[in-house]
Design a protein around this ligand. Structure first.
Ligand code: K1U
Ligand code: ZN
Length: 175
């Protein structure tokens, strides 16, 4: 039984700039939303997705950074994710974003992060992430705070990408 795929908002959009609200209580509706987000993410395809990217202004992210040739999928659903510690050691990764299609740039972030969240059963979880998982979970939590990876770039580069996205949106609106 397939769920529902949601259209992904493209930058610039005011909803991608807002701070999302904490999820006070889990509900079946939110669990269905999380499943829909995973389906939307795998379909894109992507390795992460945050609720505001589909216009839902709540603190919910999903991710799965297992590479296809690497092993079984590991879909993670995180309600109210919070970084409680990060390493001094930094890591550079060429990031992309489903809300900024076909644009990639190097972003420097802490290499290791300890994250606390509530899972789909309402159970508190805590785990240390490394490598691509660490990069991705930081990118997704940024979305919940209205922050995009291009906000880490020099203004000129950011402006160039924003103009390309405005053009893409105009073209899509006409099509
Ligand atoms: O949040 C998003 O927009 C999803 C984004 C997550 C992300 C990618 C790279 C670094 C940090 C965070 C993406 O998934 S972009 C697509 C992508 O990276 C990818 C897609 C298919 C296979 C492998 C990677
Ligand atoms: Zn993104």
């Amino acid at each position: 039984m397939g769920g529902m795929k949601h259209p992904i908002l493209i930058h610039p959009d005011p909803r991608l700039k807002k701070v999302c609200a904490e999820v006070p209580d889990l509900s079946d509706e939110l669990r269905v939303l999380a499943d829909d987000m995973l389906e939307t993410m795998y379909d894109a395809p992507g390795i992460g997705l945050a609720a505001p990217q589909i216009g839902i202004m709540e603190r919910l992210i999903v991710l799965d950074c297992v590479r296809e040739d690497e092993g079984d999928p590991r879909p993670l659903v995180m309600f109210n994710p919070r970084i409680v510690a990060s390493s001094d050691e930094q890591n550079v990764y060429e990031e992309g974003c489903l809300s900024i299609p076909d644009q990639y740039a190097e972003v420097t972030r802490p290499k290791l992060v300890q994250v606390e969240w509530m899972d789909r059963n309402g159970t508190a979880q805590s785990e240390e992430f490394d490598g691509l998982w660490a990069t991705c979970v930081q990118h997704e939590i940024d979305h919940l705070d209205g922050k995009l990876f291009i906000d880490y770039l020099k203004p000129l580069k950011r402006q160039m990408i924003t103009r390309k996205m405005q053009k893409l949106k105009r073209e899509r609106a006409r099509a």
